[in-house]
Design a protein around this ligand. Sequence first.
Ligand code: ING
Length: 308
Amino acid sequence: MSRTVNVAAAQMGPIQRSDSRADAVERLLVLLREAHGRGAELVVFPELALTTFFPRYASTDQAEVDTWFETEMPSAVTRPLFDEAARLGVGFCLGYGELTPDGHHYNTQLMVERDGSFVGRYRKVHLPGHAQVEGYRAFQHLEKYYFEVGPQGFQTWRAFGGVVGMLICNDRRWPESYRVLGLKGAELITIGYNTPIHNPPAPEHDRFGDFHNQLVMSAGAYQNGTWVVGVAKAGEEEGVPMIGGSCIIHPSGMVVAQCAGVGDEVVVAACDLDECTSYKRSVFNFALHRRTEHYGLIASQTEAIPPA
Ligand code: ING
């Protein structure tokens, strides 16, 4: 019997700074119901799906900073999403800013099973951008200011009939992210992202934005024999256009479903987790073919590469 999970990529259009959490939850509920109506058993939402991408703004007022974060999940305003998902028997992944009881700030994604049970929580490891305001920028990307690096690293959990893992946004650009999850047996990796079209430190890359998005997720899927579901918050947020391209990717690296626009949009695919096996048992049979002891691995960049 195949281990097929019907998965939805539930892309969001922009969340403006003035939009409330309740506004965002209402949109998430519409996406959840549409996905359920199309047979989805797992609905993947974007990174920071409750607020605008607030690392775009500098704020030294800690009270204001903390307004961007959730101190409990679910909270009164997010509880309707959890309740409706459980009522419909649909699992989901949700990205949000997390403020822990002991005062740590993370860029977090959680996963909930179809019965409403908690599967796991992942805290973003690769924080792009910068920690101090950079005056040359048309907009900031202060993830190194707002968030701490997730201390638990890349984890997998048994859920949805297989082994699942989570990454967030910039993590998807780093092959190690997928490889660690691949080594831990991942068969389905869910990734929320908020990616501006323009990257101020390297504008010459901007025209490759959609290609790079596709490249890294397809490579991660194929090189680790896993399904990958990447989901954008897209469109123009406070004057900053962000890429869409939300998609569901087969372990071959082929895209089987993709959003066409940059608004709220659902695509669904039947993900047979058994499709991972032929990749994990042949070309990417790590035990048989991977030889790290012969790689000449180094812990950090060699001096041969000029510093930034
Ligand atoms: N955003 C972006 C990402 O990795 C970025 C940062 C933008 C990197 C453009 C490179 C180019 O997709 C987040 N939130 O990580």
